[in-house]
Design a protein around this ligand. Structure first.
Ligand code: FAD
Ligand code: FES
Length: 268
């Protein structure tokens, strides 16, 4: 996977922060000069001048411009709840860009598969690919219709975009892997699409299996709990296949990932 550009530790100002779907908020930050490759992420110090919460939280951008970036976050705990209370003008700390990012194909077809809060970062990835002239297909998975994210933005850049919901309230009644299977039947395997995915681990594991069956290249972006975010603490270890007695070694999701070839991971 490609390596990072140099990491900056900077103060970023909140320019917008609002709920965009039930339980999901979108924050925009002014952070001139920060550049991301698709699949890279950043660590947010929620209050720029405070140590509480102590650890930064990792997120991936959904939109990137010269002046800053936006991201969508699920409110799941103390850190993300505190983020909802940041108003326009508040200062945060940003450590970016982090991680490797996707190894983007130069031509051909790409199938993006996003689940839950993993979908928004694929918007940025898809927009970069579409601007380079690749044919983009996308699948968006969510629990229910009102938590589907970035549907319009992904439709705009995709030759075909399908949604799947666990409760059947929109699109396919099922999960994103089932929708990917249906789409692959529809679009065929010639030329072979490359799968890029971000979402919950069961989805990524299911996609890895599907990709192996169809002999497709598949890169997955993992979400692990993180501490430092830049490779110093081993707090985000993941098992990767290795030719040793154990059959695996540990790699750091933050520094060696978060994107891995699906075939490289020792899935549990
Ligand atoms: C590379 C990367 C990119 C990410 N991008 C996004 C994004 O764009 N949008 C988004 O909503 N979330 C993203 N996440 C997950 C996000 O970092 C966590 O949801 C967030 O840190 C939770 O903070 P909290 O203080 O609210 O929750 P906590 O109080 O710390 O935890 C609440 C719950 O969330 C779970 N959790 C905490 N951290 C993570 C984590 N890193 N991954 C999975 N589950 C976690 C905990 O196990 C617990 O169940 C990303 C994670 C990584 C590693
Ligand atoms: S979070 Fe410290 S090594 Fe990954």
């Amino acid at each position: 996977m490609p390596r990072t550009n140099s990491i900056s530790d900077l103060t970023a100002t909140v320019t917008a922060n609002r709920e965009v779907a039930r339980g999901f908020w979108k924050m925009s930050l002014a952070a001139p000069g920060v550049k991301f490759k698709p699949g890279q992420f950043f660590q947010l110090r929620i209050h720029g001048d405070s140590t509480q919460p102590l650890l930064r939280r990792p997120f991936a951008p959904s939109e990137v411009s010269e002046n800053g970036f936006s991201f969508i976050y699920a409110v799941v705990g103390a850190g993300t709840a505190a983020m909802t209370r940041l108003s326009k003008g508040a200062e945060t700390g940003v450590l970016a860009p982090l991680g490797n990012g996707y190894n983007l194909p130069r031509k051909g077809r790409v199938l993006l598969v996003g689940g839950g809060c993993g979908t928004p970062s694929l918007r940025f990835t898809g927009e970069v690919l579409a601007a380079r002239g690749l044919e983009v297909y996308s699948i968006i998975g969510a629990r229910t219709a009102c938590t589907l994210l970035e549907v319009e933005a992904l439709k705009k850049i995709s030759t075909l975009c399908a949604v799947a919901t666990d409760d059947g309230s929109a699109g396919l009644h099922g999960h994103a892997v089932q929708a990917a299977e249906v789409m692959l039947e529809e679009i065929g395997l010639k030329p072979k699409p490359v799968i890029l995915a971000c979402g919950p681990e069961p989805m990524l594991k299911g996609l890895a299996k599907l990709a192996a069956e169809k002999k497709l290249s598949c890169q997955v972006s993992l979400e692990e709990r993180m501490a430092c975010g830049f490779g110093a603490c081993m707090g985000c270890a993941v098992a990767v296949k290795a030719d040793n007695e154990d059959g695996f070694i540990y790699k750091r999701v933050c520094a060696d990932g978060p994107v891995f070839e699906a075939t490289a991971l020792a899935w549990s």
